[in-house]
Design a protein around this ligand. Structure first.
Ligand SMILES: Nc1ncnc2c1ncn2[C@@H]1O[C@H](COP(=O)(O)OP(=O)(O)OP(=O)(O)O)[C@@H](O)[C@H]1O
Ligand SMILES: [Mg+2]
Length: 364
């Protein structure tokens, strides 16, 4: 049973306010991903949970016990960093056993734990090798193994995969997830990679400039982002945004080129208001009428086609459309695109806050 509760947590370095009132409840066994652009405070928050940074104000509780003044080694937490720094002069077995030896565990217990964790991480054949004799992915696995043998209450990961190549990252991502499914240890995982966040997290926490913009399960955030920042941060290619004006009692939006588009009945009824219309690339379709567009670039990926479009509805900002079917589109071709009804997102012009009242109805 390990929960983490964070209340009104702030962090200041001199005059710089790095975290501003963070509130977060992490349930027992949850896999929480902190995601956000560089410098938003992810590592600082993680390091504060670990006890490596002092709390400026607010509090952190692990298992209902406030740990603000508890040194890291008394928090029963294991942290895996991007630079996992294995001891180069020790074998895999000794690297994994090291922290247990320091804590004076009996040798038989150390052996049993190391053997068991090595087996579960596929490290058994590598136990007598030195770190220099391992690949990057194997080293990362040893670094995880070193934490797992301790059986901590909470795992903290800070961008553990960012040193690995793309293919290995995908493989390790699924290994970490499987490890979590086996151990059910409460985990906080930091990344700036939105795909990692979406695929790994039970709870995804999107941060910006020291605040939490939104927290929720990955698909709720994707389907119902609270603001334009979250909408643009999650999803690749990113959501398109078109400025427009509501008309016909809010049943329609008109864009700068005079074209318009019917809205789903979940939007608030009001006329004449400037709003931002958000539509994901996979929710734009080819049509006989709609928003007129010029094909700029066609990028076939094999499974789908990414099409960049120039429109006067959104002058200067190309629209991105993702097609699952193989259409023969050519650069320069004039086409019409139509947003899929019910899949639009409406945001307040200026603040970027979501104004769609209910969750959109998606076709998936
Ligand atoms: N020891 C420090 N002294 C002063 N400022 C710091 C210190 N550590 C971090 N900061 C600042 O705090 C802010 C948040 O840093 P943090 O390392 O938490 O960001 P991050 O979200 O982990 O970013 P990245 O994705 O680049 O790792 C940054 O603006 C950083 O410059
Ligand atoms: Mg960081």
């Amino acid at each position: 049973m390990s929960t983490v509760k964070i209340r009104e947590l702030t962090k200041q370095y001199g005059h710089a306010q790095v975290l501003r009132g963070i509130n977060l409840d992490i349930k027992d066994g949850q896999f929480v991903v902190l995601v956000g652009p560089s410098g938003c405070g992810k590592s600082t928050l993680l390091r504060m949970i670990a006890g490596l940074e002092e709390v400026s104000s607010g509090h952190i509780a692990i298992n209902e016990r406030i740990v603000n003044d508890l040194p890291p080694k008394e928090r029963d937490i294991a942290m895996v960093f991007q630079n996992y720094a294995l001891y180069p002069h020790m074998t895999v077995r000794d690297n994994m056993a090291f922290s247990l030896k320091l804590r004076h565990f009996p040798p038989a217990e150390i052996n049993a734990r190391v053997e068991q964790v090595a087996a579960s991480l596929g490290l058994t054949p590598l136990l007598s090798r030195y770190p220099r004799q391992l690949s990057g992915g194997q080293r990362q696995r040893v670094a995880m193994g070193r934490s797992v043998v301790r059986q901590p209450q909470v795992f903290l990961f800070d961008e553990p995969l960012s040193n690995l190549d793309a293919k290995l990252r995908v493989q390790m991502r699924s290994e970490i997830k499987q490890l979590h499914q086996r151990l059910h240890t409460t985990t906080v995982y930091v990344t700036h990679d939105q795909v990692e966040a979406m695929t790994m997290g039970d709870l995804v926490v999107v941060m910006r400039d020291g605040v939490i913009e939104q927290a929720g399960d990955p698909l709720s955030l994707y389907d119902c982002p609270a603001n334009q920042f979250v909408a643009s941060f999650l999803g690749s290619p990113a959501m398109n945004f078109l400025p427009g004006i509501l008309q016909n009692e809010g049943s329609e939006i008109r864009f700068a080129d005079g074209s318009s588009c019917a809205l789903h009945d979940s939007r608030p009824t009001r006329n004449g208001g400037p709003v931002v219309f958000g539509i994901r690339p996979e929710h734009l379709h080819l049509a006989a009428s709609g928003i007129p567009a010029n094909v700029l670039v066609v990028e076939p990926t094999g499974s789908e086609m990414i099409v960049m479009l120039e429109t006067t509805a959104n002058a200067g900002n190309p629209l991105c459309m993702v097609l699952r079917q193989r259409h023969h589109l050519k650069p320069g071709e004039r086409i019409f695109v139509q947003p899929q009804t019910g899949c639009e997102h409406l945001f307040e012009s200026g603040s970027g806050t979501r104004i769609s009242e209910t969750q959109n109805h998606f076709a998936h």
